[in-house]
Design a protein around this ligand. Structure first.
Ligand SMILES: Nc1ncnc2c1ncn2[C@@H]1O[C@H](COP(=O)(O)OP(=O)(O)OP(=O)(O)O)[C@@H](O)[C@H]1O
Ligand SMILES: [Mg+2]
Length: 493
């Protein structure tokens, strides 16, 4: 992970971890000084093969490896302790193609750096190719010399050792680190760097919880305005009648109760960046004032007559579809075009591949001290469920589920059940009615998440009445204190 220059509340854009292939670039076998070697004198190699090769086993032992042999993925998983690093050698040639998918549970173990032995018949299979691409450090086409294998597993082991599997939470240095290694996130980081260098308005669009605010902050922190304020304002959270005065401030005596002058957020952000979150919720009146400000670069406090020049960079964000809002007249097109000189799209979590797992570990490291129990990592069924689930609440939902799981977990590994995602493991056989029930629950949860537990809006989205929604929430155990009925919190729908 590469933190951005400087200290404090600064988001860091994470680089992808070093990738397989490093072994080939060095041109020579790893030395004893490779990461992880000095710290642990015993290097364990998991050898997963239907029929282990005795000569190869003897050779690897002679090279100092502690060999642990497994014939199935399940056996391999049982050999792995969460806090240790392992090299892994998996011989696919002994496994029938139809059995290869079942090896995924072992290949997903993040503590093991896998090298795959394969042949042409296996390599043409798309599932095998996917497994190698996603989970292995490298692969070799048999036949291959024993020395080459020793060389490859040594590097895989060194790379896994670098992961610092059992680092205490305190070593996560940067609170606001932005984690992302997949192509979509790398693209996002490139965009952030580019737009940070300009002063043009930026419009960030993305589903709820994808990291829009974090991105806005990253842009600010990379820009020439970084020494001045980053001023976020949630247009959806401030009552409409207060928005004008919040944004532009007021003079003493502007209205009853205005006992002294108040500086608005736009003015307070002078020299810095104004982040207008949930811009889609901006009422028409404020849209007009904002447009005027964007055109003239000046504000007028409520009840005042002075035109005050203000220099801010504006970044705005929304999780609603502003194009539709424009067509239906809810949002001014001229304002939208002013706000959206540059556009940034946040990828949803479900489209980030392996980052789901990387983020989950990042969150676990950050919050694992919340539990008295020493939590080591995620069980294979939890990892599997995380990949199968579609994450409507994105990174925020992942954070919430992992934090809850840290508290709920009864063993050292977080299970799919702890994440409340037991329905998303393949081993689970479900009846049609269970499937319907869980789909219904997910849809309700997603709608509640989208509308931040505002019952009326979630019900409208689902095409049911508030009463029906409230009843179904009871059925699915989704009623809690977060629920907001209509505009105000009440006890009944
Ligand atoms: N790439 C990331 N790496 C690490 N943490 C992230 C990442 N993206 C988002 N987060 C975390 O997820 C949470 C939600 O992010 P953020 O508030 O920026 O999302 P958002 O898109 O603004 O959400 P909403 O639409 O609900 O306002 C925050 O706690 C943030 O720190
Ligand atoms: Mg936000």
């Amino acid at each position: 992970m590469t933190p951005l220059a400087g200290a404090g509340q600064r988001p860091a854009l994470a680089r992808p971890p070093d990738v397989p292939g490093a072994a080939h670039e060095t041109g020579e076998p790893a030395s004893k000084s490779d990461a992880g070697f000095e710290a642990k004198s015993v290097r364990t190699l998991i050898y997963l093969a239907r029929t282990p090769d005795a000569a190869l086993s003897a050779y690897l032992k002679s090279r100092g490896w502690e060999l642990a042999t497994a014939r199935t993925a399940h056996e391999a998983s049982r050999l792995v302790k969460p806090e240790s690093a392992y090299a892994g050698l998996i011989d696919l040639t002994g496994f029938a193609l139809r059995d290869c998918a079942g090896l995924e549970a072992a290949l997903r173990l993040q503590q093991v750096g896998w090298i795959t032995l394969t042949d042409s018949a296996h390599l043409v299979n798309p599932d095998v190719r996917r497994l190698i691409r996603h989970f292995c450090f490298d692969f070799v086409h048999l036949p291959v010399t024993d020395a080459t294998l020793d060389y490859l597993v040594t590097h895989a082991y060194g790379m896994v050792s670098l992961c610092d599997l059992d680092a205490p939470a305190a070593t996560v240095q940067d609170e606001d680190e932005m984690v992302g290694t997949c192509e979509a996130m790398q693209q996002l980081f490139r965009t952030i760097r580019k737009v940070a260098g300009t002063d043009a308005t930026v419009f960030i669009s993305g589903e709820s919880g994808t990291g829009k605010e974090l991105t806005a902050l990253a842009i600010h922190e990379r820009s020439s305005r970084r020494k001045a304020q980053f001023m976020p304002i949630n247009c959806g959270a401030i009552p409409h009648h207060l928005l004008q005065s919040e944004l532009f401030g007021y003079e003493r005596g502007a209205f009853t109760g205005a006992n002294q002058r108040k500086i608005g957020r736009v003015e307070a952000a002078n020299g810095g960046t104004l982040f207008l979150d949930e811009i889609g919720d901006l009422p028409m009146e404020s849209q007009a004032s904002l447009l005027r400000f964007l055109q003239e670069g000046k504000i007028e406090r409520l009840g005042g007559h002075e035109q005050i020049p203000v220099d801010v960079r504006i970044i705005s964000a929304t999780h609603v579809d502003l194009e539709t809002a424009m067509h239906t007249g809810g949002f001014r097109a001229d304002l939208f075009h002013r706000l959206c000189v540059l556009r940034v799209d946040e990828p949803p979590l479900r489209a980030r591949g392996k980052d789901i797992e990387i983020l989950a570990h990042h969150i676990l490291h950050k919050f694992k001290m919340d539990s008295a129990r020493k939590i080591r990592g995620f069980a294979p069924d939890a990892i599997e469920a995380m990949y199968n689930y579609n994450w409507p609440g994105n990174v925020r939902e992942l954070i919430n589920r992992v934090r809850r799981a840290i508290v709920m977990a009864e063993s050292k590994l977080i299970t799919a059940d702890d994440l409340d995602l037991a329905h998303f493991t393949a081993q689970q056989t479900v009846t049609l009615s269970q499937a319907r029930e869980s789909a219904e629950k997910r849809a309700i949860e997603a709608a509640l998440l989208r509308h931040r537990h505002r019952l009326a809006e979630a019900a409208a989205d689902l095409g049911i009445s508030r009463v029906t929604l409230y009843r179904l929430m009871g059925t699915h155990g989704l009623r809690d204190e977060k629920t907001i009925f209509g505009g105000e919190a009440e006890n009944e729908p």
